[in-house]
Design a protein around this ligand. Sequence first.
Ligand code: C2E
Ligand code: CA
Ligand code: CA
Ligand code: CA
Length: 273
Amino acid sequence: QMGKNCWSVYRPDRNASQEMINRLAWNDRISRAIELGLLRLHYQGVYETASGELAHLEALVRMVDEGNPERLIPPGQFIGYAEKSGKILEVDRWVVRESISVLSKTPHLPALAINISARSFDDPNLPAFIAAQLQEAGVDPRRLLVELTETSAVSDLRDAERFINALQRTGCHVCLDDFGTGFASFAYLKHLKVDILKIDGLFIRNLTREQDNQVFVRSIIDVARGLGKKTVAEFVESQEILFMLQAFGVDMVQGYHLDQPQALHPALVAPRQ
Ligand code: C2E
Ligand code: CA
Ligand code: CA
Ligand code: CA
C-alpha cells in the first residue's frame, strides 16, 4: 500500500505495529465481506415528535463474521479502519446500492436514511452514482436521506460544499450527523446547505440530568429553526427524555426507547389492505 516496489518488515512487538496489523487484517476482511456478500443492513425508526408517526428508517451496516456466521460484527469495529484505508468508499457504495434496492421494494416506506462518511467526499462521482442508481430503480430521490458522518475529519470545506451541492441536485435530502460535537459544527452551517441536523446522542443520553446539555440542545434547535432546518435527536432512551425533547420542540426522535435497529423492521412490511 505504500507504493510501487516497496516492502517493509513488521515486528509485532510494539503497539504501533499491532495497530498496523489490525488495519491490514480488517482491510482484508472488509474486501472479502463485500466480495462474498457478508454485509447486512439493520433498520431503526426515526419518528415525528409531535404525532409519533414514522418519518423514516435509518439503515445501519453490520458484517457477518466469516468464522461464526451467527455473529454480526457492529460497525464500530470496522468502519474506523475502513475510513483510514479508504475502503469506506466501497462500503458506502454497497450501502447506496442495497438501500435503493430496498426503497424500490417498499413503496409504502416514506424514506430511508443512509450513513455516508465524509471520507467519501474523496469520491466525487458518488453523487452521480447515487442519482444513476435511483433513476435505474425508479425511486423518488426525496425518499433517500443521506446522513453525513465523520464530518469532523473534513479538511477542505470547499470539497464538502461541492459534494453536498451535488447531492442536493440529485434531489435527495441531506443531514449532518453527530451535530454539536467536533469543533467545526457551527462553521459548517454557514456553508453547507443541509436539510436536517441530527443532534449528537452524547447530548441526549443524559439530557434530564445534565443542565449544560439542555442548554446546548435548546440552542441547536433554535439555530436550526432560524436557518429553516429540521432537527433529529438520537439516543432517546427514556420517556422523560422524550417529554423534554417534545417541550424543546425537536422535530424527530430516534432511540432505544422507541425501537432497536433490527433486520426485519415492521415498517419494511407492507400494511395489509
Ligand atoms: P450513528 O450514525 O450515529 O448511528 C447511531 C448508533 O447508535 C447506531 O449504532 C445505533 O444502533 C446506536 N443507537 C441507536 N439508538 C440508541 C440509543 O438509544 N442509545 C444508544 N446508546 N445507542 C443507540 P451502530 O449501528 O453500531 O452504528 C455506529 C456508527 O457506525 C454509526 O453511528 C455510524 O457512524 C457508523 N455507521 C453505521 N452504519 C454505517 C454505514 O452504512 N456507513 C457508514 N459510513 N457508517 C456507518
Ligand atoms: Ca447516522
Ligand atoms: Ca449520530
Ligand atoms: Ca456517531
